[in-house]
Write a protein that binds this ligand. Structure first.
Ligand code: C2E
Ligand code: MG
Ligand code: MG
Length: 706
């Protein structure tokens, strides 16, 4: 019968040594005990000599040492050893025998006996037992250490965390299975792997600067950082670094435990996302909008550029939800969000504020009107049919617009005011969008309409040129014409340039319009030549914005070439005030124009405060005395004197002069009397359409008798 024993080889210090004697001779047993006692061993004994008793004693008595005779009538010594070995392998087993010979003794040792003592030499017994016990104690200590080590190794290998041991040269000498997986490491070569190859540069720097100095001083360092796996991906980890010192205090090696926190990081970023974004549309929510608005307000205060807050509200959204179901309602919201985002610029923030209300934070608003235009574009875009599952839906939206700083100092105020503009818009249906300041809306709407009209004027060929004759003051002989812009508005009839040019300037369209004027005027001059009229000079007004486009000289050159008009037949008129806005730059362009061989006149002269020194330096051919002086000179002495002064100035500077706005014979007489060579005005002719100008030229031809 096999029996488990709880035999423990090592007696706790306070306990007696339990000696099991396998001995048939009581006398020999006495001798053995005597010997043990002689060596100050404190012990109890139990004596057995038959197999079943031995088996039982191993279990019950749990000996610390077994002393066995070799040859007994009842049981062979080797059998006793075999049983002890099976049931209590850790317990030292010593043969005490008179008959064991050298050969058998060696065999016994081979079979697991600890020692043998000859009965003839019992003096050795005490030391042999002591040694056997000592060795057993050591063995057990080693075994339990090994067990503990094994257990730790099992735990280390089982944990998913990264565990690594590095030598002082930062070579990874051990990495557990979890660590190998996290870093996707190859099998660790014999010399280890260089730790720095698995650290992003920032981590490397942080370890050198912070963690390792800290560990040297305090033994451990904890923190969050990143490792890098074999594929170069960064792995966020929470990490503990431990220094293991030598007895002399120097560092023997370092160990690291790191936990892969990718999941947590992702979770955290998800939480952050949920805290800042709307789950349905993916747009920023009120909280993020608040941050961005506060930031934008600070930016606006520094830069001085206003910002706008647009609130967009879907009309009757609850009705959509109720009649088509929430799933369709969600689709509508997502589609509206997408359409809004498509129209907003990257630097603007589109947010969803509540069920069916969106907000757009527009930064660096150049013109307030732009915010209203964007709001209208958005409501128009939302108003385009939406198709879901073959079902077409028509949604409409309304917008309210506020501007910082004029309509509010903080987001709450701006939002409240934008909402009140929105509610007004809902009641008035004023094109879907309203400013908080309602007058502003009216003005903006007019302006926006006007701008759209001006743009289409050019596109629809509604611009035409009128021509007004210029003549010799004395003889009234025609010397040239001035081309004047007119807009043939389909609804409003003929629109004067004063209603067109300022808007065109504002929206940057004037250079394009001016280019068209130049082209058309030059082409007309050549056409009259071809019809056989006496060649006359063509005067064309040029705006300052045209002067500064950078390519005016090239354009004029090209137009002259393409129409075939000689440069000497073209005069460009530039207003005095425009010229004085940027003298240096204008002078440069004028010189280049002049070099082409054309004439340059200063228009509206007398109103722009030009200084004499400028005048003498600019390449000018002619001054056009502003019509306001001509209109008043008969009745007003001041104006009369101004006209006389301009005339004598022109004589001194050797410039040609023309008086504008001559309406009466009296005015013309005065001008002739004061030596003014040229004039232009209603007295001879109003500006004429091309057909009427044709007729005028025919009449002149007839008059001159050709
Ligand atoms: P401006 O160049 O001084 O042109 C003379 C203006 O005086 C014209 O007005 C003309 O119709 C008007 N006028 C001529 N004779 C008389 C008169 O006896 N009595 C009165 N009361 N007025 C007279 P318009 O055509 O309305 O043009 C106004 C201004 O618009 C022009 O003043 C010019 O500065 C600008 N403009 C016209 N066409 C163009 C153009 O093609 N390009 C540019 N840049 N400006 C243009
Ligand atoms: Mg003019
Ligand atoms: Mg003028």
């Amino acid at each position: 019968m096999k029996q488990e024993t709880n035999t423990k080889a090592v007696p706790p210090e306070a306990e007696q040594l339990r000696v099991l004697l396998v001995e048939d001779s009581e006398l020999d047993a006495e001798l053995v005990m005597h010997e043990l006692a002689r060596h100050d061993l404190v012990f109890t004994t139990k004596r057995v000599w038959r197999e079943p008793d031995l088996v039982m004693a191993l279990a019950d008595f749990a000996p610390n040492v077994i002393l066995s005779d070799y040859s007994m009538p009842s049981m062979n010594g080797l059998r006793s050893l075999q049983i002890a070995h099976e049931l209590a392998s850790d317990v030292p087993f010593i043969f005490v025998s008179g008959t064991i010979g050298e050969e058998r003794a060696i065999e016994a040792l081979k079979n697991g006996a600890t020692d043998y003592v000859l009965k003839t030499n019992l003096g050795r017994l005490g030391p042999a037992v002591q040694r056997a016990i000592r060795e057993a104690v050591d063995r057990e200590a080693r075994q339990s250490l090994e067990v503990a080590r094994q257990q730790l190794a099992t735990i280390l290998e089982a944990t998913p965390d990264f565990v690594c041991i590095c030598d002082v040269n930062m070579m990874m000498k051990y990495v557990n299975a979890g660590g190998q997986e996290v870093l996707e490491l190859p099998v660790l070569p014999k010399g280890g792997l260089r730790a720095e190859e698995y650290l992003p540069p920032t981590t490397r720097e942080m370890l050198m600067q912070t963690a390792i100095p800290h560990v040297m001083k305090f033994g451990t360092w904890r923190g969050e950082t990143e490792l890098m796996n074999a594929r170069g991906q960064f792995i966020p980890v929470s990490l503990v670094l431990i220094a293991h010192p030598n007895p002399d205090g120097s560092i023997e090696f370092l160990s690291t435990i790191a936990r892969d926190v990718r999941d947590r990081k992702e979770y955290e970023s998800q939480i952050r996302y949920l805290a800042n974004y709307d789950a349905l549309t993916g747009l920023p929510n009120r909280s993020l909008l608040q941050d961005r608005t506060a930031q934008a307000i600070r930016h606006s205060q520094r830069s001085g550029n206003p910002l706008a807050l647009l609130v967009i509200d879907l009309d009757r959204f609850t009705l959509i939800n109720e009649s088509f179901g929430q799933a369709v309602g969600d689709q509508v919201l997502r589609e509206a969000a997408a359409r809004i985002q498509k129209l907003a610029r990257d630097e603007d923030t589109v947010a969803r504020l509540s069920a069916d209300s969106f907000v757009i934070l527009v930064v660096d608003v150049e013109r307030a009107d732009d915010a209203l235009i964007l709001a209208n574009e958005i409501t128009d875009a939302i108003g385009m049919p939406m198709v879901f599952d073959d079902r077409e839906l028509q949604v409409s939206a309304t917008a309210g617009v506020t501007l910082f700083p004029r309509d509010g100092e903080d987001m709450e105020t701006l939002l409240r005011n934008a909402n009140s503009a929105l509610h007004r818009a809902k009641h008035q249906r004023h094109g879907g969008a309203q400013f908080y300041n309602s007058e502003m809306t009216d003005e903006a709407v007019n302006r926006i309409e006007a701008e759209a009209n001006v743009r289409s004027a050019l596109r629809r060929n509604e611009l035409v040129l009128y021509y007004q004759p210029q003549f010799e003051a004395g003889s009234r002989r025609i010397t040239g014409v001035e081309a004047l812009l007119r807009w043939m508005h389909p609804g409003r009839g003929i629109v004067a340039p004063a209603q067109l040019i300022p808007i065109a300037e504002e929206i940057g369209l004037m250079p394009t319009i001016g280019d068209w004027v130049l082209q058309a005027a030059c082409a007309q001059a050549v056409a009259w030549d071809k019809q056989g009229y006496e060649p006359i000079r063509m005067s064309v007004n040029v705006s300052v914005s045209q002067l500064h486009t950078g390519n005016l000289v090239e354009r004029v050159k090209w137009i002259l070439k393409s129409t075939g008009l000689p440069a000497s037949r073209l005069e460009l008129e530039i207003t005095e005030s425009g010229l004085m806005d940027n003298v240096a730059e204008s002078a440069k362009v004028l010189k280049e124009l002049k070099a082409l061989g054309l004439f340059i006149a200063i228009d509206d002269f007398g109103t722009g405060y030009s200084s004499l020194s400028y005048l003498s330096r600019l390449p000018i051919d002619r001054l056009k005395i502003d019509q306001s002086f001509i209109a008043r000179m008969i009745v007003d002495k001041n104006d009369r004197e101004i006209v006389q002064a301009v005339l004598s100035l022109a004589r001194v500077l050797e410039l040609d002069v023309i008086a504008e706005g001559v309406e009466t014979a009296e005015q013309l007489e005065f001008l002739v009397a004061n030596g003014c060579p040229q004039a232009q005005g209603y007295l001879v002719s109003r500006p004429l359409s091309q057909e009427k100008m044709n007729a005028f030229l025919v009449m002149r031809k007839d008059l001159s008798g050709e």
